[in-house]
Design a protein around this ligand. Structure first.
Ligand code: GLN
Length: 219
């Protein structure tokens, strides 16, 4: 039977702040179309979603200011593939340890998040800008020698539920998959050859094919 959609799937890329443009370039290199998401109406009809790295506290503020916190939360409940990287991973974690201090030097404690990933993360868990860099990943799935660029990256400090660990940095999980969510502590859009984006693109293509089959059967 004829597939319902002929064109490549559309990936919405949250574009309030951060490294969304490089994600768009990496996704395009993997044959996918992209759409910047800045308003609730732009979430309509997307086949997948990317939450890029950047600064999670700024993203939280902008999500509130733009009235996107609720609509994005609803989109995240759809069974579409989601790629969350760095600050994006922080936005999806179940528990976020925030090392920041307020004006009076009081620790801010935990930070609001959508809680989709059964993980605890420590913001800036590998140190600050000075400690940022590119590190080799340990993985049986990714091509040998694949590296990840960690920029004030979150560190996964605990896993609370089913979660496939796809790559580690030392002993720490840094690329994980839970159902339709693929999440990285690093910036996969900056890795030459984009092996993680390609892995996500395969999830997107498979998911779009499945929904085309369902639509075709319903006709
Ligand atoms: N440290 C940033 C935060 O807490 C994340 C850094 C990144 O996305 N590269 O949001």
């Amino acid at each position: 039977m004829q597939a319902n959609k002929q064109a490549a799937p559309v990936v919405g890329v949250l574009a309030l702040q951060g490294d969304f443009a490089d994600h768009q370039a990496a996704l395009a290199a993997c044959g996918l179309r992209t759409r910047q998401i800045r308003t609730a109406s732009q979430l309509r009809g997307i086949d997948a979603l990317v939450l890029p790295g950047g600064e999670s506290t700024t993203m939280l503020k902008l999500l509130e200011v733009e009235g996107l916190w609720g609509p994005l939360g609803e989109a995240l409940q759809r069974p579409i593939p989601i790629l969350a990287t760095c600050a994006g991973l922080i936005l999806l974690a179940q528990h976020v340890e925030n090392p920041s201090h307020d004006r009076k030097g009081q620790a801010k404690g935990s930070q609001e998040s959508y809680g989709l990933l059964p993980l605890s993360v420590a913001r800036n868990g590998y140190g600050r800008q000075f400690h940022s860099g590119t590190f080799e990943l340990v993985s049986e799935t990714l091509p040998k020698g694949t590296t990840g660029t960690f920029i004030r990256a979150p560190r996964i400090t605990a896993v609370h539920g089913p979660c496939e660990v796809i790559a580690k940095r030392g002993n720490d999980p840094v690329l994980v998959r839970t159902g339709h969510v693929l999440a990285a502590c690093f910036h996969p859009e900056l890795t030459i050859g984009h092996p993680v984006t390609a892995m996500f693109a395969a999830m997107v293509t498979a998911s779009a094919r499945d929904s085309d089959d369902v639509a075709a059967e319903a006709q």
